[in-house]
Each structure stands twice: as C-alpha cells, then as structure tokens.
Design a protein around this ligand. Structure first.
Ligand code: ADP
Ligand code: MG
Length: 305
C-alpha cells in the first residue's frame, strides 16, 4: 500500500502544479521546519525595470567627487546599457532595455566581464566602465560622491536596488531598478506560517531592499548581501542549528543551495540549473504551490502510517 499512496501523492502533486522528482521526496518534505526563499524571481517577479537615473551633474560634483566631470543621462545609458546588454542578470535586462528603448542600437563592449553578485565591467567607446554595487566600485578604489550616496540611500529604503555607474575612475551616476512582489507571495508566506514553518528571505541584494520586500510579504528574517557562492553556506548554517531546511529558488545562483537544502523547490519559470538541482518544481511559478506541497506530503504520509 505504501508505494501506491506515494504514487497517488505524486499524481495529486501534478494536479496542484507541483512536479515531484520521486516519491521518496515526500518524506523530506514532511519534516521541513524552515523555508528559505530567494528574493528576485522567487518572491518577486524577477522582471526588473529602470525606475530612475541620477546623473552626477558638475554642480553636485563639488560635494565629494573632486574632479568629476558630471554626465548627461544619454551617456550614462549608452555606456551602462552597452555593458549590461552582455549580461543576463535581471538588473542588467532592466538597464539594457531602458537604454535600447531610448537610444536604439548600443555599442558592443570590449573586455567584458561579469563579476557574480557585484556587477559588470568592460570597455565601451574607449572608456573603462563599471556597473554594479558600491562594493564593485570599491574594488577599484572609486568612492561614491555624497549626492549619489544620498540617492542610493533613498532608493534602498524605498525597496529599490541601487546600481552605481562609473567610468574612467569616477562614479558618474546611480540607477534605481526594481521589480514587484508576485501577487501571490504574501498569501503563500501566510500559508507557510499556518503550517508552522519559519520563512527566511535570502538575497545577494542590499539589506535595506531585502527588509522592505520582506515586510511587504510578511517575512521577519532576512539574510542579505550574500554572494552567489555563499548562498549554500547560509543553508548549511541553518542546518547546523538543527533546522530542516527547504530552499525555494529560480536562479543559476540558487542551484547549489537547492541541492544542499533538505528539500529544494525550483520555480518552474526559472533556470534549468535550478530545476535540475531541486527535488520539486513549482510549475507555474506561483509560490502558493510551496505550502501546497508540504500539506500534500504531510497528508500523503499520514495516510500510509
Ligand atoms: P540576487 O539574490 O538578487 O539574485 P545576485 O547575487 O545575482 O542577487 O546579485 C546581487 C547584487 O549584485 C544585485 O542586487 C545587484 O546589486 C548586483 N549585480 C549583480 N549583477 C549585476 C549586473 N549585471 N549589473 C548590475 N548589478 C549587478
Ligand atoms: Mg532569483
């Protein structure tokens, strides 16, 4: 009877939009007490747009950025857009789309490099350009002038990711990008809580942004500014505390953490790497399938016992 009940469980999962790798997965699903959720593309839609562009004008350059030339918006979009066009990151897509819409065809960068969890760098129109987090600029000893630092603060407190643009050794602009939380996320989190589970938001993004998004969907605990290769350690740490951890993610970044977790749940609209690493796939990307899966596992296994 046991295998039959498990088969019924996996069949019911398919009806709920949950693809289960094997019947044995239901056993680990039942024991989960903590659910770690990736932010971008999991709790939020993952489709980011450019919300604002703050170019450092020569007038602002006097407070902090000695010698800064200032920049016009079109130059910022051209240089940043050209670099981001070569990246697949949700932030990059937002910047490249805005630049293409405004300027049409963009130059092709030379010496392009993606710096995971930090941003992109390369040469555009003969300028050495950086686009990314403040930490990326810091690696090149480039400081953020006061006017841009203030814009960054406001952006992050409002829950929007702040991206700095620098070229030829000076920070020139700050971009605000954001996506929206999925309409179903808050309800999914509430249902996870009803099942007695603790939700935690995990992201490479800034802490202020993470907290704003977490508050919007009802999550209290946030682990932010985690480099892609460190997401797996965040899961290990929770396991070392004695927790049984489910991880929900969509990105290439999330694959190792999904494999490390006691239960990995991939967003079906996410990357192949995440889907391959996971035990369960939430087919249409609706987070409410996560509490559904846990409820299903509990009821299927209690039928057996
Ligand atoms: P997430 O948890 O949101 O998937 P990542 O680890 O991919 O985060 O990225 C962390 C942060 O690094 C982003 O929030 C962004 O600030 C910055 N970043 C990463 N890639 C890029 C890029 N191509 N352009 C600009 N910023 C980037
Ligand atoms: Mg993601």
């Amino acid at each position: 009877a046991t295998p039959t009940a498990l088969m019924v469980g996996t069949g019911r999962g398919a009806q709920l939009g949950i693809l289960i790798k094997g019947p044995e997965v239901l056993e680990s699903t039942r024991r989960v007490d903590t659910v770690v959720l990736d932010k971008t593309g999991t709790v939020t839609t993952g489709t980011m747009t450019l919300h604002a562009l703050h170019a450092l004008h020569t007038a602002d350059a006097t407070d902090g950025a000695e010698g800064a030339e200032g920049a016009d918006e079109e130059t910022v979009l051209r240089l940043a857009g050209a670099l981001e066009h070569a990246s697949e990151h949700p932030v990059a897509r937002a910047v490249a789309a805005a630049a293409t819409e405004r300027l049409g065809t963009l130059p092709v960068p030379e010496d392009f490099a993606n710096v995971p969890g930090l941003g992109v760098q390369g040469v555009v129109d003969g300028h050495a350009v950086l686009v990314g987090r403040q930490q990326l600029l810091a690696e090149w000893a480039i400081e953020l002038p006061a006017a841009l630092a203030a814009a960054k603060d406001r952006s992050e407190k409002a829950g929007r990711t702040a991206i700095a643009v620098a070229w030829d050794g000076e920070a020139r602009a700050l971009l605000e990008v954001a996506d929206a939380v999925k309409p179903s996320s808050a309800q999914a989190i509430a249902r996870l809580r009803d099942l007695g589970l603790t939700p935690i938001l995990l992201t490479g993004d800034n802490t202020a942004v993470a907290k704003t998004v977490a508050a919007e969907v009802g999550i209290d605990e946030v682990v932010a500014e985690v480099l892609p290769e460190d997401k797996v350690d965040a899961v290990k740490r929770l396991q070392a505390e004695g927790r049984t951890v489910a991880m929900v993610g969509d990105g290439v970044n999330d694959a190792a953490a999904l494999a490390q977790a006691d239960l990995g749940l991939a967003i079906g609209t996410g990357t192949d790497a995440a889907i391959e690493a996971a035990d369960l796939t939430l087919v249409n990307g609706d987070l409410r399938a996560a509490p559904d899966a846990i409820r299903l596992a509990r009821s299927t296994l209690s039928t057996i016992r």
